[in-house]
Design a protein around this ligand. Structure first.
Ligand SMILES: Nc1ncnc2c1ncn2[C@@H]1O[C@H](COP(=O)(O)OP(=O)(O)OP(=O)(O)O)[C@@H](O)[C@H]1O
Ligand SMILES: [Mg+2]
Length: 320
């Protein structure tokens, strides 16, 4: 369940956007499928998972573009909604030598409510992932009830919060954590959500509320803290990114696809890190997403480590 939008990816190089009627030439620009939810869905489909997307677009050409790109990637869009008279969201991603600035016109991005989710879509799901929690404001009120029903059926849940443009990092997410199996923030998001000083403290605080925290750390890999006390870290492959949009979403896809095919936490973490890194080898979120074989080959080269030093009293550690 996620926000849906297109990305206009502009590679600025050393050029800085300037106001005052100035025009500059850039190195590259392209319109591609955007949104954390769609990129995660495509990544999981590429890895061989059966994926259905639930999200909202407008009835403009951009909405059709987004749905068409999803279908092309093997994602079922039957349960996506096209709202008459409304406009599809769009992000302008200004990239500059590995850094970036994103300007988002939300359109229908936040307009998916729990009541819009077809019961047959939920009934068929072994796992429900929610992307960009903070952008999907219409979902906040109904999500606890929806997650409760998902878990009552024995299915699992995950949330990638992504950045909160309101800089609040609350909006009901801390209260939702006991119903979330996996929370997948990056480091900056994790410390803000947990109101913590550092990444380890943040991951521990999230785990203490009942969710397995998997915190993404860019070129430094990722850190996992499970409510059962398991703490694992994984390194990131040494690669030179071409464009990093969607690395976190492809990481999510790798983690979830691995867990849903029976992978243990360490295997899922390795797969996730490999998928995140490989996705940076092309422009846009989906162009370079790996197949299961490609992900496995790179994942096998990565190291998962228990942290230095003893774990706090009474906490176990799962075998790798
Ligand atoms: N420069 C890099 N080198 C190697 N691997 C990387 C690099 N950047 C990202 N990755 C891989 O992708 C994963 C997720 O990236 P990142 O930490 O940037 O997530 P994110 O901030 O959620 O990204 P997004 O902007 O897509 O939301 C990392 O944990 C790592 O495995
Ligand atoms: Mg992210």
């Amino acid at each position: 369940m996620g926000e849906l939008n297109a990305d206009v990816i502009v590679e600025c190089g050393d050029t800085r956007p300037s106001f005052g009627q100035v025009e500059d030439i850039v190195e590259d620009a392209e319109i591609v499928l955007g949104s954390s939810g769609a990129i995660t869905a495509c990544g999981a489909a590429r890895l061989g998972a059966r994926v259905a997307m639930v999200g909202v677009v407008g009835d403009d050409w951009l909405g059709e573009f987004v749905l068409e790109r999803l279908r092309e990637r093997g994602v079922d869009t039957t349960h996506c909604l096209r709202r008459p008279g409304r406009r599809t969201g769009m992000s302008i991603v200004l990239g500059s030598r590995g850094d970036r600035s994103i300007l988002t016109f939300p359109g229908e991005i936040g307009r998916l409510a729990a009541a819009d989710v077809a019961p047959q879509a939920l009934a068929a799901a072994r796992h429900v992932h929610v992307s960009s929690y903070f952008l999907q404001y219409d979902l906040w009120a109904g999500l606890p009830g929806l997650f409760r029903s998902v878990r009552d059926r024995g299915a699992t849940t995950s949330v990638d919060p992504n950045w909160d443009p309101a800089r609040d990092f609350g909006h009901g997410l801390p209260e939702l954590l006991p119903l979330v199996d996996y929370l997948l923030p990056n480091e900056a998001e994790a410390v803000r959500i947990a109101r913590a000083d550092g990444v380890e403290e943040a991951a521990a605080a999230i785990a203490a509320r009942g969710a397995c925290a998997v915190v993404k750390r860019g070129g430094d890999g990722a850190l996992l803290h499970h409510p059962d006390g398991t703490v694992l870290t994984v390194d990131a492959p040494r690669i030179t990114p071409v464009e990093t949009t969607g690395a976190g979403d492809s990481f999510d896809a790798g983690l979830l696809a691995s867990l849903l095919t029976g992978g243990d936490l360490a295997t899922a973490l390795r797969t996730a890190s490999a998928c995140g890194a490989l996705s940076t080898q092309g422009r846009g979120g989906t162009a370079a997403q790996p197949t299961a074989d490609q992900a496995r080959a790179l994942a096998g080269t990565l190291t998962v480590t228990p942290p230095e030093g003893p774990l706090p009293e009474g906490q176990g550690r799962e075998k790798q």
